[in-house]
Design a protein around this ligand. Structure first.
Ligand SMILES: Nc1ncnc2c1ncn2[C@@H]1O[C@H](COP(=O)(O)OP(=O)(O)OP(=O)(O)O)[C@@H](O)[C@H]1O
Length: 526
């Protein structure tokens, strides 16, 4: 049946207003956990106890950025499409924002894959899921919106096989005033471009990571391509590497479908149709202008040949699948078990724990769960991951990511067979206990883009930490009324202090940039 926007809008209009009062809802179960929110299954008592999902966003957590939450609520309220999850309403409850949403009884595709299809879905199922997602994306882009976080964790599926795109926390509109994003987008000759880093690393387009030229709708198409691979293989490409390294590879090397296939070990090797590979290849073009639009992609043979509908998903994915709440419980137990296991390993070897405390930090990992940078300690033994790449005009290019013995921490990407792609990265950000930051150069030229990407993430982490400290100070200060200085004055004092600290950090970053420039020119002259 063809989709009629007008009919859909009328239906939406008729919808009843859900109560804006938390006592009208009874929470039944926890069904998911995101970066800054917990998702519950609940019933709405005045609505004949109809089942809803409640996303409770903790405002006390630093990353629960109120602007993003407002943006998510606003975006959702303005959009209306059968493949986009629209919230019923949202309101504050203590220090939480509750977003009341339709309950999508099978949860996200990510939660389904991780619990029941670790090696990915079959191609006909992928085609249906992706086609529905593209419908949502085409609509979204036509309305002037970028989603900016397309991944299987944000694709929800209902008991009848309906797919809906959710989570507009980092979405952006080209029609909103510039102030809505700080100064994070700019106007180029052809279209509006965003320049802030948003999304989840493995799914991020290269131009989002090193965004001096900015990015636009085609960044969503890249993430869509990565999502296609995630659905096909059970995880996104490069997820065997720490996220920071996956970023490095993306900005220093071209990535193609064939590269990903070669990294798979033969046991899990899956064959895919030519049209699927071609479709993914188009989405993953390094040049955003060469990627097709969502509308154009819908006409690709991979989607044109697919005549199956949501019923097919019910039969091949949902039948026999444990409920979303059961799956969440299982994954929680698994997480606890693996945490306990790593604790036990540390207890067995107390010396080891002590050593890692004293070891210096060799770099940073971008933690997807915590959305923050975490320090990396140099590895004890040689660790080598090789990814073979096929090249059009050069025989073969080998990328080696190598972490050497303690004390000689380097990340090297070399290409012995290919001169065309021979950029070499050989540097690490080192952070010692006294928070001094300096660069270590291990005999190669430094890629400015790699350093810039690291610095951008480092800056984000510092901003988050600053927010954290401010929250903590206000919490603790609130409990000590005996102190004479007024709360307001104290906060002003703290803000000034933090502002100074931030200025200092900025200066350090500038000094670091200068040092890099100097070393870069020095080594390139040599
Ligand atoms: N409306 C809903 N109906 C049913 N399950 C849902 C709903 N919304 C979210 N979930 C479940 O809760 C999980 C967490 O959702 P949430 O949007 O908070 O985080 P996420 O998208 O997985 O992570 P991130 O915070 O990185 O965006 C989802 O993976 C999904 O299984």
């Amino acid at each position: 049946m063809a989709y009629n926007q007008e009919e859909h809008d009328q239906e939406e209009h008729k919808k009843i207003q859900y109560p804006l009062d938390s006592t009208c809802y009874t929470i039944l179960d926890e069904i998911g956990k995101g970066v800054s929110a917990i998702v519950y299954k609940a019933i709405c008592l005045p609505m004949n106890s109809s089942v809803v999902a409640i996303k409770a966003i903790d405002l006390d957590q630093s990353r629960a950025d109120l602007d993003n939450i407002r943006r998510e609520a606003k975006t959702m309220s303005l959009l209306s499409h059968p493949n986009i999850l629209k919230a019923h309403c949202s309101f504050t409850v203590d220090h939480y924002i509750w977003v009341i949403m339709p309950f999508m009884s099978a949860g996200s595709l990510q939660s389904i894959i991780s619990s029941a299809f670790p090696d990915g879905l079959s191609e006909p199922c992928i085609a249906i899921v992706l086609k529905e997602t593209l419908n949502a994306l085409a609509y979204l882009h036509n309305q002037g919106h970028l989603h900016r976080d397309i991944k299987s964790g944000n694709l929800l599926i209902d008991s009848d096989g309906t797919i809906k795109l959710a989570d507009f926390g980092v979405s952006a509109s080209i029609y909103e005033p510039i102030s809505a994003y700080g100064s994070s987008y700019s106007s180029s000759s052809s279209c509006l471009m965003f320049t802030d880093v948003a999304g989840t690393p493995y799914w991020m387009a290269p131009e989002v990571i090193h965004s001096h030229t900015g990015y636009s709708f085609k960044a969503d198409i890249w993430s869509f391509g990565i999502t296609a691979l995630e659905l096909a293989h059970g995880r996104p490409p490069l997820s065997h590497l720490p996220p920071s390294k996956s970023l490095f590879m993306k900005i220093t090397k071209k990535f193609r479908f064939s590269d990903y296939e070669k990294t798979r070990n033969s046991k899990n090797y899956k064959k895919f149709s030519k049209s699927f590979k071609d479709m993914v290849g188009l989405c993953l073009d390094q040049d955003p202008s060469k990627r097709p639009s969502a509308e154009k992609l819908l006409k690709h043979p991979f989607f044109k040949c697919s005549n199956k509908g949501p019923d097919f998903l019910v039969k091949h994915i949902l039948q026999g699948l444990p409920s979303v709440e059961q799956r969440f419980r299982q994954s929680k137990i698994q997480r606890q078990l693996s945490l306990k296991k790593s604790d036990d390993e540390n207890e067995e070897d107390p010396v080891q724990g002590e050593i890692s405390k004293q070891r210096r930090i060799s770099g940073w990992n971008f933690n997807v769960q915590g959305f923050e940078l975490v320090p990396v300690f140099p590895v004890e033994k040689d660790q080598q991951i090789s990814v073979k790449q096929e090249n059009d005009d050069v025989d073969e290019t080998e990328i080696i990511i190598q972490e050497k013995e303690l004390g000689s921490d380097t990340s090297t990407i070399s290409s012995p067979g290919g001169s065309r792609q021979s950029s070499e990265v050989d540097g690490a950000i080192v952070c010692s206990g006294d928070r001094k930051i300096h660069t270590e150069i291990g005999g190669g030229s430094v890629s400015r883009e790699v350093m810039l990407a690291s610095l951008l993430f480092l800056k984000k982490s510092l901003d988050d930490q600053r927010q954290n400290v401010m929250n903590l100070i206000s919490i603790f200060y609130g409990e000590h009324h005996s102190v004479e200085v007024s709360r307001k004055d104290h906060l002003i004092e703290v803000i000034d202090k933090l502002r100074n600290e931030l200025e200092n950090e900025k200066k350090k970053n500038c000094a670091l940039q200068l040092e890099l420039e100097f070393l870069k020119s020095k080594y390139s002259n040599e």
